[in-house]
Ligand binder design. Structure first.
Ligand code: SF4
Length: 459
């Protein structure tokens, strides 16, 4: 594995600064997952390095970056429609540079479409090429051609030391690995984000230490398949290494795969207080037949075995999951197995998705695509059942008093409402003030809903 500190980044950034006189504003629009949020913070860091300052809206920007998501067709259409809206901005500001980044920028059919049908788009930048932003902007500013390429193989390794403009101080995303080797049959990720590559543990631990020293209270380790982390140490050892950092903070991680949950990891989660008592472990279907078609390399038996051990090791741990409804050939019997799985496994919450075919994945061309009305009807049954389970789980918090890390504040008539998450990842609302953002407050839970908790701050 090649770990690079790309010295050209500063050289190109200085060049851009000299071309635009250190002025200019940038605007980033982000779609999709936390990995994209984290990437956008790096894109913003690079834009600052090039002398741009942040604009509040695209109309004021000289550089617009759209960080896209390819996971579902809907997300792609939404991004394309937003990009289409920039046509009139380019008309009024011919100097405007519009770049498309993220997973869609690594799909050749999308790149072709952007090149041919969106003349106001200046370049595409695949996820593994983020560090090349200054080089590309420098090329365009100095009169170069529009640039449309999918991921280059110039840097097959990991670029360390990119500048990051973090949105929040109290909470941070830390990418620990990139890509995925699993090729679940419905998923586009391995095709657009490449094979798994893990950062060095010393770089990750150093980044986490710096964050904690800077006041960060909640660190989420990110990876498409975070628990497949494989470097000089295992994922469990990495968690232990981060937990040893002095300070009052929590460690979270996502997203995990059931094939990589060894007992060693479960033991560490059980033993380390700093690891949040929350595990997000996608199940996707309760039917072994469907799981096999999905290429999930897991079974219901294996999955429930993990949960059993996990709950024994860390009593009260919150478990959330992902479920796909209407995968090709899913029968009523298969779907019943999923409903049964929800009843037995009792997740705190699920993210559920109606299966939507992604061009280029094996599932998209499978026979037995389930008609949309059937998928929709199954989805409503699934949501009804899970809603009742989530409510029952959340009710266990009523009357309890736990710290909540405040993320946001909203003004209401006669006061304001703070929102944040407790250690179990539950969303909690309570009366507070804007100064509370970024602090931890003890909150007693008065009432539980299926998706959130409502409480009162304890003085
Ligand atoms: S584990 Fe499967 S669903 Fe998750 S990113 Fe990899 S291929 Fe996609």
């Amino acid at each position: 594995m090649d770990f690079v500190n790309d010295e050209n980044i500063n050289r190109y950034a200085d060049f851009v600064k000299s071309l635009n006189g250190g002025g200019g504003k940038f605007y980033i629009m982000t779609f999709g997952c936390q990995q994209n949020e984290a990437d956008s913070e790096k894109l913003a860091g690079l834009a600052l390095l090039m002398g741009y300052s942040a604009a509040d809206n695209p109309e004021d920007a000289d550089l617009i970056l759209v960080n896209t998501c390819a996971i579902r067709e809907h997300a792609e259409l939404k991004a394309l429609s937003k990009i289409g809206g920039f046509k009139k901005l380019k008309k009024s500001n011919p100097e405007l540079i519009v770049g498309v980044c993220g997973c869609m920028a690594n799909e050749s059919h999308v790149v072709e479409k952007l090149k041919n049908s969106y003349p106001y788009v200046s370049f595409t930048l695949a996820p593994g090429d983020i560090h090349r932003l200054p080089e590309i902007v420098a090329g365009i500013l100095s009169g170069g051609k529009r640039r449309f390429e999918t991921e280059s193989d110039v840097h097959p390794g990991i670029i360390e030391g990119l500048p990051v403009m973090r949105k929040e101080r109290h909470r941070a995303w830390v990418s620990i690995m990139y890509g995925c080797n699993n090729f679940c049959s419905y998923c586009i990720v391995p095709y657009v984000r490449g094979r798994e590559r893990s950062r060095r543990s010393e770089d990750i631990i150093r980044e986490c230490r710096d964050l904690v020293q800077d006041g960060c209270r909640d660190i989420t380790l990110l990876g498409q398949n975070v628990n497949s982390y494989s470097s000089d140490i295992s994922f469990a050892e990495l968690l232990l290494g981060i937990a040893k950092i002095d300070g009052d903070f929590r460690i979270r991680f996502m997203t995990s795969h059931p094939k990589d949950v060894p007992d060693e990891l479960i033991d560490v989660i059980g033993a380390e207080e700093k690891i949040a008592p929350h595990f997000h472990l996608p199940l996707q279907s309760g039917s072994d037949r469907v799981l096999s078609l999905m290429n999930r390399r897991s079974t219901m038996e294996r999955y429930s075995g993990i949960l059993e051990k996990l709950r024994r090791s860390r009593p009260g741990i919150a478990v959330t999951s992902d479920i796909i409804v209407g995968f090709p050939t899913e029968s009523e019997e298969d779907f019943d197995a999923t409903l049964r799985a929800l009843s037995e496994l009792r997740f705190d919450m699920i993210y559920s998705f109606i299966y939507s075919p992604r061009k280029g994945t094996p599932a998209a061309v499978m026979d037995g695509q389930v008609p949309y009305p059937v998928k929709k009807e199954r989805m409503s049954r699934l949501l009804e059942l899970q809603g009742a389970i989530s409510l029952e789980k959340n009710k266990l918090f009523e009357g309890r008093k736990d710290p909540v890390l405040v993320d946001s504040f909203e003004t209401r008539e006669g006061g304001g409402i703070c929102s944040g998450r407790n250690a179990w990842g539950k969303l909690v609302h309570f009366e507070g003030t804007s100064e509370m953002i970024g602090t931890s407050r003890d909150v007693r839970i008065d009432r539980a809903g299926p998706f959130e908790l409502y409480g009162t701050i304890v003085k």
